[in-house]
Design a protein around this ligand. Sequence first.
Ligand SMILES: [Zn+2]
Length: 435
Amino acid sequence: MKTLVRCARALCAGVERNDFAMLIADDRFADAGAYAALRAKYPAAAQRTYGRDVVVVPGFVNGHSHAYQILLRGWADDLPFETWRREALYAIVPQLSPDDVYWAFLLAFSEMLAAGITTVTEFFYLNGAGNAHAEAAIGAARDAGIRLILARSWMDVASAPTAFRETIELAASRTRDLMDAHPEVNICVAPHSLHAASHEMIAAAMDFARGRDCLVHIHVAEAEYEGAQTLERYGATPICLLDRLHVLNERLVAIHSIYVTADERRLLAERGARVVHNPLTNQYLGDGICDVTELQRLGVPTALGTDADVKPSILDEMRAASLLQKIARRDGSALGAAAAFDLGTAQGARALGIPAGDLGAGLYADYAVLDVRNVDPWSSLRNAVVYRAESSWVRETYVGGRRVWNGERSAATQRAKARTAALMASLRERRRRES
Ligand SMILES: [Zn+2]
């Protein structure tokens, strides 16, 4: 069954195309181009038509998320990073059952689809008791309909909660089991960070990734203390240390990369590493500003991530990425709308190693339909999407050619909201009794 999607307006590689079409076969775009030519070429294909009141855009790509952090919303705001992690994040997450993970993730993923996000990379660290929690996350992604990259965390330092900790052997064998059980999911390894995974574990994760041909996600240089710590203990700042461990290469996805030197940025580029930039979470937690302008100049493939998921929206992350560069550089021309749109779509997909992020032949048929009746007729559509769009503009979202958001909350999402609210009420009641 082939479907021709006719778009009065579409954004391809960030450029507006009129009377454009994509042919969907199975879960991919099989062809794309001018509507008239495609209609003539595929006379038997069914047709779906979008008018001038909407724009069809590539589905947004989320390079880094921790869906369980939606549980911290509203009550763990405005804390210093250490307090936030110790008293909120690490107090709540280890208590979650697989069932709790399922409902919270279903809710978070549904919010992402409603914001036009079609791929999410979940950096998932609740693995200390086995794969049941990760299985629940995978089930939630499947039921929500979002494309999942599971960056399965590995942690072995004594200071990490036991619910997160594993030996290298256990982490490897469980990751292998998960990959074998779920060939349909893009599973990567994710040694948590230089402060939560031993050097042996980080090196073992890279070996594992070579064997299974996957990427390696790692948090790096999110806070200033990390560089001071690695410099004192090992005589090298974080990116240099990763290089010394022989893990800085084209498989490495360096999440954050805020406190890096100019030499380290060059090293990232030379080794072919990738970066995920999380501008809203970096502001929310008071982390700092990643010099994404310089990373772009050096050609480091970079994606955007919603990280703490205070409000998971790549529309908002694109805007934040752009505005932060303008203010950091006191230069209104820094990281413009075209570059920001690229980070949230095509370049983001490239950084994560997936065939997505644009409306072109061979890519996953992932797209969103945005209401643009509020866009001024004299405005560039792309610039309006980056600087003005709200999640509420997203009317429909498609993943692999299948509609997964139609503008209305499903019964399952409503149930997920109720279950998650009940979970938080019971966790907070337990906290109150214990304190
Ligand atoms: Zn993170």
